[in-house]
Design a binder for this molecule. Structure first.
Ligand code: 6PG
Length: 237
């Protein structure tokens, strides 16, 4: 095993995790605003972050100084149940956090080339490095849209990538995606990984063993950003 000293926080259930994670995140955002006048938060989509988003949306801070973007997006219309932007709008950009600015990546009305150019321009206008990148993980060891076996994976994970956003087509996922590259994710000031349930905890244990990063891309942040990464985990699913 590697990374024994990583900062790991375990919770009895998903609700306790979501509340503590929201407190922790809002502290980071407040400190960034105090220090730099603004904060940049990168969140992941999927199903796991819903409770965390709802909790975070109620925390008091100067949300007008916070910009939120996504670690990755599926190329689907904004009103699709599979849209990560839709999830963020419906569950995070609410309550106190309704005043935050949102910079989505995807725009399925555009051609793939236009969509990519527009996402890259939008990201380039944000105050990088991000104050916090919140990652999830799949049971195949993917994170963001860094899927094992995806064409362009090595370039997408590269912390020295020229691009901030890369197109990626996961081998088994239903639609093509846009993902932030290693240049944004691995160079963030802080990273957090949200893990719920025994299956994902087992995946995490495998990822912490020796083995190629390409087989389990979550290994990239676990190895390359270990000292900036905090794990929030619960066995309960
Ligand atoms: C996405 C993600 C992705 C996600 C994991 C976990 O849009 O698919 O950003 O990396 O974090 O797939 O997804 P679940 O939370 O749905 O298990």
């Amino acid at each position: 095993m590697i990374n024994r000293t990583m900062d790991r926080h375990e919770f009895a259930d998903r609700s306790k995790l979501a509340a503590a994670f929201a407190d922790w995140t809002s502290d980071i955002l407040r400190k960034a605003i105090t220090t730099r006048g603004a904060a940049l938060l990168v969140v992941s989509g999927g199903e796991t972050p819903l409770r965390f988003f709802r909790e975070l949306s109620t925390r008091e801070l100067d949300w007008s100084r916070v910009t939120i973007t996504l670690a990755d997006e599926r190329r689907v219309p904004d009103d699709s149940p599979r849209s990560n932007a839709r999830l963020v709008r419906a569950s995070l950009l609410q309550n106190e956090a309704a005043r935050a600015k949102f910079a989505p990546l995807a725009d399925s009305r555009l051609t793939p080339e236009q969509e990519l150019a527009s996402a890259r321009a939008r990201l380039a206008s944000l105050p990088l490095p991000a104050d916090l990148v919140v990652l999830g993980m799949g049971t195949d060891g993917h994170t963001a849209s860094w899927f094992p076996g995806a064409t362009g994976l090595a370039e997408a994970m590269d912390p020295a990538a020229r691009a901030l956003v890369a197109p990626i087509s996961p081998p088994r996922a239903p639609e093509p995606r846009l993902t932030l590259t290693g240049r944004v994710i691995l160079r963030a000031r802080r990273l957090a990984l949200l893990i719920e349930g025994p299956e994902k905890l087992a995946t995490l244990a495998r990822a912490l063993e020796y083995g190629p990063v390409e087989e389990m891309p979550i290994r990239a942040p676990l190895r390359q950003a270990a000292e900036r990464l905090t794990l929030f985990e619960t066995l309960t699913k």
